[in-house]
Design a protein around this ligand. Sequence first.
Ligand SMILES: Nc1ncnc2c1ncn2[C@@H]1O[C@H](COP(=O)(O)OP(=O)(O)OP(=O)(O)O)[C@@H](O)[C@H]1O
Length: 251
Amino acid sequence: MSPLLSARGLELRFGRIAALDGVDLDIWPGEVVAIVGESGSGKTTLLRVLSGLAAPDAGSVIFDGQDVLGMNEAARRHLMRTQWGFVHQNPRDGLRMGVSAGGNIGERLMATGARHYGNIRAAAADWLRRVEIDPERLDALPRTFSGGMQQRLQIARTLVTHPRLVFMDEPTGGLDVSVQARLLDLIRALVAELGLSVLLVTHDIAAARLLAHRILVMRHGQVVEQGLTDRVLDDPQHPYTQLLVTSVLAA
Ligand SMILES: Nc1ncnc2c1ncn2[C@@H]1O[C@H](COP(=O)(O)OP(=O)(O)OP(=O)(O)O)[C@@H](O)[C@H]1O
């Protein structure tokens, strides 16, 4: 078996700041990898580079044998539609707010070739149910939904096409703690059920513990520690990881 996504030697500078400073990363099929680290450590930049949204100064990104950085925009968009999913922190960035809930889900199915209206509508209703939204709300606009519901709708829209790799950028950020817990449980169940590979960016250590098989700890654009989730969180080796873990425990 080879990694689904493999990055080597990623570097990206913004003036004097090294947002990525020699990052290597592999994600294996069915693996959930969390990238944790304080604000400004380079997490979002790494996600953007891995998904081809930003070009690094150096390094390579290979997805399933394809060179992501050498791809043209059309090929990258095709990957984004068919093999990848993106869950944004703000559901507004991942949903079309002027389109019904069912339309948001159905649209993505249509982008992968589905044409039969009845089947698309039935699949959309089924996915609303799977993300614990009443299918009666199929024709409602997302802006009539709570923040937690919008995020669950974004997840349904993303997962309906069964992507092989899902990028998640702080998927529970900005939500109430009780809403976060419910959403994390839902993400965990769906990821396991569908056998997804996930790259999760978060500064929520509890979310990383619940969802991730493996954790990478970033600081100043470098991966300072990585390993299986329980090992990294229960027996952190790097002083920075120790600080991260103890500051969470003390909070
Ligand atoms: N477009 C940009 N122009 C200039 N500097 C940038 C740009 N994008 C990121 N940076 C800088 O690169 C560094 C890494 O930023 P990045 O957003 O990747 O961190 P992060 O770990 O995701 O932080 P947060 O958790 O706050 O989102 C920071 O110092 C940031 O200021």
